[in-house]
Design a protein around this ligand. Sequence first.
Ligand code: SIN
Length: 311
Amino acid sequence: MIDLSTTITGIKLKNPLMNASGALCMTKEELHELGASSSGAFISKSCTLLARDGNPEPRYADFSGGSINSMGLPNPGYQFYTSFFPELAKYTKPLFASVSGLSLADNVQIIKTFSEVKALSAIELNLSCPNVPGKPQVGYDFEHSAEYIHAVSKICKKPLGVKLPPYFDFAHFEQMAAIINKSNIAFVTCINSLGNGLVIDPAKEQVVIKPKGGYGGIGGSCVKPIALSNVHKFRELLKPSIQVIGCGGVTSGTDVFEHLLAGADVVQVGTTLVQYGPKVFDRLLKELEIIMKKKQYSSLVDCKGKLKQLS
Ligand code: SIN
């Protein structure tokens, strides 16, 4: 028997998989389906203070290496989730809420309210949505990020994590890690989509999504090396008590295994979940088990963070 269980911020998960916020987790039906799936935990769509329709459609498209989206935070508003979350308590696995208020004051108000919702295990503050016109990604502005993290940690009564954009420079990893190490953030989620990519349909000679002139966040297999570097670097730079959720490029059990090797405690699935639906967790878990068995590992501790360097 292979033990796939893991722990994040003291919360036990029966396996390390969960959905990435944004992937099939906005409506009641979608969240019930995730609750009933084989994932170890689940998270709701990033919510704002007021309901939003999001950007004009088409706003999501698959391409050969992954997906592009410019959803623009469509969601029914935080009050919808506040009253709906208790219904999800029947799925006896941890439920996370993702929060992406359009201002610091909005985030404070939402997180204050969510702090009192018993059905919630943890809160993930999204500092990295690239798709709201006129709202730059907070995670690329270190001063602003520090201000957000400081204010929100003061009022949050649940374990609090931050979802980060991908970083590409060691100096930036170090700056963000220093901010987080000084806070009471319990986990980081690396990475949100690679902001403002452009996918072109050569036959039609046009972009594939409507908002923002075709620019959107890139996810799926092509982002895996960047996701892994961010997981690995933050694992190296953060205090051991701050945990890392890996997100990006997970299409198979091997990809989950690589995130674990890089140091992830939990692994989120985005594009692949959108493409195949919540049943995909069954396949990913089976594939992960096969790899672990082949390597004669009996639990995640045997491989977590054990990435080897070349001598
Ligand atoms: C969106 O709703 O635009 C996606 C959310 C995100 O990437 O954070």
